[in-house]
Design a protein around this ligand. Structure first.
Ligand SMILES: [Fe+2]
Length: 547
């Protein structure tokens, strides 16, 4: 059984392919089109399809569109009311609904040979739920979808038993924790539905001074839902436009909203646990990328285990809708094998790219050790290995690496990427060494979706990755899952005594993550990076940035 999943309507268009119950490919459109987030989530772009990623998924598996058993589209226009019914009063919704209704024909046009009757609409939050509950390694679990919006809801609470979803609660619009956070992002001069993580970073610089007032406005309800009335943020701190300097008031507002959202999420998770008594909670939806909140859910609710879909935003609904429809068609599905579901190249193909670029390259005896040597000398390394990641995090496939022991490297990395200086960078750490250095969040933490406390005696040793509040957003590296990354970490530890390197995504500001070898060469060519490690090859910068 072959099911193609499509996310198109709002954010982060993406495609995923499930064959015989197994996820074989998944990718975001931005990695192909080279436009960050693929498109803006505007009503008049709702028709745009992830044509390039969908075509690649099929080509990767050697499948023609006419061979597909179904195409799962992660939005159901029949469930969408009028702008007045949703309470959002967004006239653009009329256009979104119309474009979604036409999606089968658009898809048949984009994928010649596809029968439009094979397209099935999947409720947006069921697609998110499946991306967590069916993709997680633990089969039976509770699931929370924490989102901006779907057809008529912003959240879903439920439970998977034997691959079947039972929906226990759903908060109707206009109440939405995701939209509340987006409104704040906009108020602080950042890009709505794109830069929310910057607000989370800013929050750690502030004090939750406005928490008392917000606690009366934003509240969980006894039926597993919540209320988010419209808030005039300018009562707390004046509106900023792009590039304005922020003040203590802005950081305090960010801290207050962040903390209130965390508290409401804790209430939602506790309510769900009271219904199910399950051991494992799975999370998806854009709000589930809030790693500070995720750690509190892990540390402060009765769930023993929390698993978050690495593509928790809308891109993950491509994978979720495909898994859901495979189940509806009677297929047993398997958990996702990892986040490395995108494009990859053979060594020969990579070497061909290097020859075409006519640059000097070497094939060291061990690329992991060659990289560790440059990192130990405080060089910056562009790391391009294996299949690219599905979701917004670099997890050791398309990464920019550095030494974590030099405080100046935070500024240096942010300069390489051309981004704000308050943005933290994160550590990757050998899984077996993590417990002695990091606490509070879950270990292992494979997908970098939680924050951990850095042990006081380690903070001075790894200042680059220790955030202002003493935390770090770690990725643990398991030797069996990521042998090459693990070896690089071991080689680095042998040279420096630190089982940790700085890991941030391989891209420059405003651009999608590097995906193919050409992107890697272009990024290396324009950014002050000392070494490109691409497959088994390395390319050295003739004039080192280390002077
Ligand atoms: Fe969503």
């Amino acid at each position: 059984m072959k099911v193609l999943g499509i996310n198109a309507i709002y954010h982060d268009p993406a495609a995923a392919l499930v064959v015989d119950g197994r996820v074989v490919a998944a990718a975001e459109e931005e990695r192909f089109s080279r436009r960050k987030h693929g498109k803006r989530p505007l009503p008049w772009s709702a028709w745009e399809l992830p044509e390039l990623s969908a075509a690649w998924c099929l080509a990767e598996a050697g499948i023609h569109p006419e061979e597909l058993d179904a195409v799962a589209y992660s939005f159901d226009p029949a469930l969408m009311g009028t702008p007045e019914e949703s309470g959002l009063n967004d006239p653009g919704d009329v256009m979104r609904k119309m474009y979604a209704e036409k999606a089968p024909e658009f898809l048949a046009h984009a994928l010649p040979g596809l029968d439009p009757a094979k397209v099935r609409f999947v409720k947006h939050h069921v697609a998110h739920a499946a991306s967590a509950g069916l993709a997680a390694p633990t089969a039976d679990n509770s699931v929370l979808v924490l989102d901006g919006r779907g057809e008529a809801h912003s959240h879903l609470a439920g439970r998977y038993v034997d691959g079947q979803l039972e929906i226990l609660a759903g908060q109707a619009l206009p109440h939405s924790l995701g939209l509340l956070y987006e409104d704040l992002t906009d108020h602080l001069g950042f890009l709505r539905s794109s830069d929310e993580f910057k607000v989370m970073a800013m929050a750690s610089y502030g004090k939750p001074r406005f928490l008392g007032e917000l606690s009366e406005l934003v509240v969980a309800t006894e039926d597993g839902g919540f209320r988010t009335p419209e808030i005039d943020f300018s009562e707390y701190a004046p509106r900023l436009t792009k590039g304005d300097d922020w003040t203590e008031d802005h950081a305090d507002l960010a801290a207050s909203v962040q903390q209130r959202v965390e508290e409401v999420l804790l209430d939602l998770a506790r309510w769900l646990h009271a219904q199910t008594g399950d051991r494992t909670l799975t999370l998806a939806g854009g709000v589930a990328l809030n790693c500070v909140a995720n750690t509190r859910i892990f540390a402060e609710t009765p769930f023993e285990d929390v698993w978050v879909q690495p593509a928790a935003g809308d891109s993950g609904t491509a994978l979720g809708s495909a898994l859901h429809v495979a189940r509806v068609l009677g297929e047993q599905t398997e958990p996702m094998p990892g986040a490395d579901l995108g494009r990859g190249w053979t060594d020969d193909e990579i070497e061909q790219w290097l020859r075409v670029a006519a640059i000097d390259y070497e094939r060291p005896r061990d690329v992991a050790d060659a990289v560790a040597e440059v990192l130990a000398a405080n060089g910056i390394v562009a790391w391009f290995q294996g299949r690219s990641e599905y979701g917004p995090r670099a997890l050791g496939r398309r990464s920019l690496l550095a030494h974590p022991g030099h405080e100046a490297n935070l500024e240096r990395m942010n300069n390489v990427k051309g981004r704000e200086q308050f943005r933290p960078v994160a550590p990757m750490v050998l899984a077996e060494r993590a417990p002695e250095i990091f606490s509070r969040g879950p270990i292992p933490s494979r997908y970098m979706l939680f924050v951990h406390d850095v042990a006081p005696e380690w903070r001075e040793r790894i200042p680059t990755v220790t955030h202002v509040d003493g935390t770090a957003r770690i990725q643990t590296v398991d030797r069996t899952e990521e042998p090459l990354v693990a070896r690089m970490l071991e080689c680095f530890e042998r040279r420096t005594g630190l089982p940790i390197v700085v890991n941030t995504s391989l891209n420059t500001a405003g651009r999608p993550m590097v995906d193919d070898p050409r992107d890697a060469l272009e990024c290396f060519g324009s950014a002050p990076v000392d070494l490109l490690a691409i497959g088994p090859f390395v390319v050295r910068r003739p004039r080192s940035t280390l002077g």
